[in-house]
Design a protein. Structure first.
Length: 542
């Protein structure tokens, strides 16, 4: 890093040290967000949702405020500490700083120009109002989703890409520090937010260069993967971390701190490492060995692999081998970061430890002995508090069932007749069929987003059917479906594999809308809840 960048970082750190915000601590509670939406009309179907982050899981729970006819709303948002949450309303997308057990109020007028659409009062009002001003730079867009930026990086080296990302970040820090009309706290958080967005781009270096090449050559993702299979980052590539505020005590205020660890900082990452681990350590059948070899061949040739669902099922079947592989990967990442940062107790190293806990929590299981060992090394109170709280929630206990769900046996018919047999059960009624998996975060998130439609449209008018395959851990599936109203099928390998290939699926989720005559009216991978409601009502009213 050059001297200017070092000076800028020192300046940023000095600004942070002078800020008035206290160091965030673990404080589980509910933040209250209330407000009024000007010119609100219920029939406008305004999209309004809140993302409440869980830093350990690296995800955000989507909440939907209920807006009264006069435009007023109040929502309780579960948090583990003082932090920013994401608010999306209409075309506006911003983060706001909230505090557990404190109320923040916002007056919203989306017809106003930028900078005047939101007026906050209450907790953190100054920061939230200043955050909305266009003179302040609070985010850096991801390179991999910007076509023009991808065109500009075709053929450049990883170090050149790194240089461009860091130079952009330096410009934004310089700009923000010159905006003296804003408070020290606001400029501090804006600079931190830009830093963490920059880190997201830096960690995605290999993917960005690969995607740029794919776009230029107009080839498939698989072909681009194959072309970049032996392209590695320089050994010292991640040394930039020493000059970023990844360990600053105010960092966890930021919604995007999770961008700090998007991968495990391995410069020679083998995209087939997990498959090689299974071949070496798992008691695979000959059929499973053949499956993995076929996948490796397809991957290296840049060919789409049609049996991906069967490959995913191996992860669930060989959980112990998977857990050992993750342990070794995270242990190496912890060591790499400790060497770069020169501190094994730093915030980012603690975050690596915390992320290792995700797999158990995601499968609704308590920590494994290995995870408990790594958790014992964590010193940050927020990470530690969240892990302990979630681990308590995962302990076996009696659960009260509130949703009407039904576990169904798949019809005993040939695979090619399976879908027809499933549809026949509700012929004469519109049907919504969801192909999902317990390990698919997007699947589970969208299920939550679509859930209110069951009451809005009426389950007497639309049958909601959920299909999953053997890649979903059965015990996890048994727990998750208790919160998903509808009919649930856990299909065997042959049934799921046939449907996967029949619909040429390349990933999950995937959805079907079936009309009253039993025909497929639409196949899609995602629409908004509002769009799905319109599609279903269109079929219901025919």
């Amino acid at each position: 890093m050059n001297r200017l960048f070092t000076c800028l970082c020192l300046s940023l750190l000095f600004n942070l040290a002078q800020a008035q915000l206290p160091i965030p601590e673990y404080q589980k509670g509910k933040a209250i967000l209330s407000g009024t939406i000007a010119n609100y009309h219920p029939n406008d179907n305004l999209i309004f949702k809140i993302g409440a982050p869980n830093i350990v899981m690296g995800t955000a729970e989507t909440l939907y405020p209920t807006v009264e006819s006069d435009g007023n709303f109040t929502i309780n948002i579960p948090l583990y500490h003082h932090t920013q949450v994401r608010m999306m309303i209409g075309n506006a997308d911003l983060v706001i700083l909230l505090s557990p057990e404190k109320e923040t109020n916002v007056a919203i007028n989306l017809s106003n120009p930028p900078g005047k659409q939101f007026v906050f009062s209450g907790q953190y009002a100054t920061i939230n109002n200043e955050w909305c001003q266009p003179e302040l730079i609070t985010k850096i867009p991801p390179v991999y989703s910007d076509g023009d930026l991808l065109d500009s990086i075709v053929g450049i080296s990883a170090n050149e890409f790194k240089k461009r990302c860091i130079n952009q970040y330096k410009r934004y820090v310089t700009h923000n520090n010159a905006q003296l009309q804003f408070s020290e706290d606001t400029r501090t958080l804006a600079n931190l937010s830009c830093a963490f967005d920059c880190l997201e781009n830096l960690q995605a270096t290999h993917y960005c260069l690969q995607t740029a090449y794919q776009k230029k050559e107009n080839i498939t993702r698989e072909q681009a993967f194959a072309a970049f299979l032996d392209v590695y980052l320089p050994d010292d590539f991640h040394n930039y971390l020493k000059d970023f505020p990844v360990n600053h005590p105010l960092a966890l205020y930021c919604y995007n701190y999770r961008n700090v660890v998007m991968d495990l900082y391995d410069t020679h990452k083998d995209p087939l490492a997990y498959e090689k681990n299974l071949l070496k350590n798992a008691p695979l059948t000959k059929e499973e060995q053949t499956l993995i070899h076929q996948y490796e061949t397809a991957f290296k040739a840049g060919i789409s692999f049609q049996q991906e669902s069967e490959l995913m099922a191996l992860s669930a079947k060989y959980f112990k081998e998977n857990d050992l592989f993750r342990w070794e990967s995270f242990s190496k990442a912890k060591e790499r970061l400790s060497n770069i940062i020169q501190d094994s107790t730093s915030l980012i190293v603690d975050y690596i430890r915390a992320i290792y806990m995700r797999s158990s929590f995601y499968n609704l299981q308590p920590l494994t002995p290995r995870q408990e060992l790594m958790a014992s090394e964590i010193t940050n109170p927020i990470f530690l508090g969240i892990i302990q709280d979630m681990n308590r929630q995962m302990q076996p206990r009696q659960k009260t069932i509130t949703k009407k769900f039904t576990i169904c046996e798949a019809p005993q018919v040939p695979e090619k007749e399976l879908l027809t047999a499933l549809i026949a059960r509700h012929k004469g009624k519109v049907q919504f069929i969801d192909f999902w998996a317990t390990w698919c975060g997007g699947c589970r998130q969208i299920i939550k987003e679509y859930e209110p439609l069951k009451k809005e449209i009426g389950e007497d008018k639309v049958a909601f059917i959920y299909l999953t395959g053997p890649s979903s851990i059965k015990k996890t599936w048994d727990i998750l479906i208790q919160d998903i109203a509808g009919e649930h099928y856990w299909l065997n390998k042959e049934q799921w594999g046939y449907l996967w290939n029949h619909f040429q699926m390349t990933g999950l989720p995937m959805y079907l809308i079936i009309d009253k005559k039993g025909n497929i009216a639409k196949q899609f991978t995602h629409v908004t809840a509002k769009e799905l409601k319109e599609l279903l009502e269109l079929e219901v009213n025919k």
